[in-house]
Ligand binder design. Structure first.
Ligand code: ATP
Ligand code: MG
Ligand code: FE
Length: 340
């Protein structure tokens, strides 16, 4: 038996077919990057319409690749939270319609828990108990996990998410969208100490983050205090690289420091890291170094499972094992209360 998983929380339309043992039989992602590039960010209405056009072909492709039909499916799982309302709605309505038409049980997935579960998929041994860091386009949150489904929220960003800050800095420097990979490419050539950007709340004894001050500091470094107009600013590639490298170092320093402190406070042996920003090379190497220094294990989601995908929806298997099904009344939950 296999399950069908559906992901449409932001700007990736994805479906996967996964067997009982968590093996991926079929997997399809339609990304919308090209559609949102001209706006330098995801436009919710554009995203919702694109999901609508793509969702059925994506599900078809995943099932055809897997060589399965409706009769082979034990359940249909869908990410119902958190995300853009219009985007979530397309996935949830598709999943409910298929569950009704094919008479299959429905499973609701928390997209952030799935981002962390991507780490379990990359690890041959159980990763629990551990501290989990979600660093994505919309979230920067720390959790204490005792199982895939038992998470205690420790703290998160009080303003911008780390990925959002990458995207906004990329927009200020006209580096394209999504910003993370472009900023990281420039950063690799730059001097991480060129600009002394703020590391907000790095020494404070809690697990909240703030990246909006950093974003403003980068803005002032580009245009000067109080100025708004980027159109007259011409920067050399070397200057852009220094800005990106110093910005990236500021983000990474805070993420590493808070994660290390959480591992110590909750006395666990492992840190797991998921979400789009977990694809960042400098973050990965800095976390690896910190794990060695502080003698804990680290599991970072594999590169292809960092940004949005339906394979991490394998967390639905854990819910099925516990008998946690959703009803056909399932509605979307765009925002979360304290990380849930
Ligand atoms: P959320 O998961 O919070 O709902 P999301 O699903 O939109 O948000 P993801 O798909 O997990 O976010 O990640 C996308 C984010 O990851 C973007 O902000 C993007 O810039 C960032 N990102 C991707 N690759 C990198 C990278 N190499 N370095 C830094 N950031 C990156
Ligand atoms: Mg995306
Ligand atoms: Fe995501």
């Amino acid at each position: 038996m296999a399950i069908l998983t559906i992901e449409s929380t932001c700007d990736e339309t994805a479906a996967a077919v996964i067997d009982d043992d968590g093996r991926v039989l079929g997997d399809c992602i339609a990304t919308q990057e090209k559609l949102h590039e001209q706006f330098r960010g995801v436009v919710p209405e554009v995203a919702a319409r694109a999901h609508l056009e793509r969702i059925l072909p994506v599900i078809d492709t995943a099932m055809q690749t897997a060589g399965v039909g409706p009769d082979d499916l034990a359940a249909i799982a869908v990410a119902d939270r958190p995300g853009l309302a219009g985007s979530l709605l397309v996935g949830v309505v598709a999943a409910k319609s298929l569950a009704l038409a094919w008479q299959k049980p429905l499973v609701a997935i928390n997209h952030l828990h799935a981002h962390l579960y991507a780490c379990q998929l990359a690890c041959s041994e159980p990763i629990y108990p551990c501290v989990g860091l979600v660093v994505s386009g919309g979230h920067t949150s720390l959790y204490h996990l005792t199982s895939p489904l038992d998470l205690q929220y420790l703290g998160g960003t009080i303003d911008d998410a780390a990925g959002e800050a990458f995207d906004k800095v990329a927009a200020m420097l006209s580096l394209g969208f999504p910003g993370g990979p472009a900023v990281s490419k420039f950063a690799a050539q730059g001097n991480r100490k060129a600009h002394a950007f703020p590391r907000s709340m790095i020494h404070e004894d809690h697990f909240n983050f703030s990246f909006s001050g950093l974003k403003t500091a980068v803005r002032y470094a580009i245009v000067g205090p109080g100025q708004q107009d980027f159109s007259k600013v011409v920067l050399s590639d070397a200057a852009k690289s220094d800005l990106c490298a110093s910005f990236e170092a500021a983000v990474v320093d805070v993420l590493v420091a808070k994660s290390v402190r959480a591992v110590a406070k909750f006395d666990v042996r492992r840190l797991v890291v998921g979400g789009g920003v977990a694809a960042n090379g400098y973050l990965r190497s800095s976390l690896d170094a910190a794990a060695k220094r502080h003698e804990f294990e680290i599991t970072i989601a594999p590169l292809d499972l960092c940004t949005d995908n339906a394979v991490m929806g394998a967390i639905a298997l854990e819910k099925i094992r516990r008998g946690q099904f959703a009803s056909l009344d399932l509605d979307i939950t765009p925002g979360l209360q304290r990380g849930f």
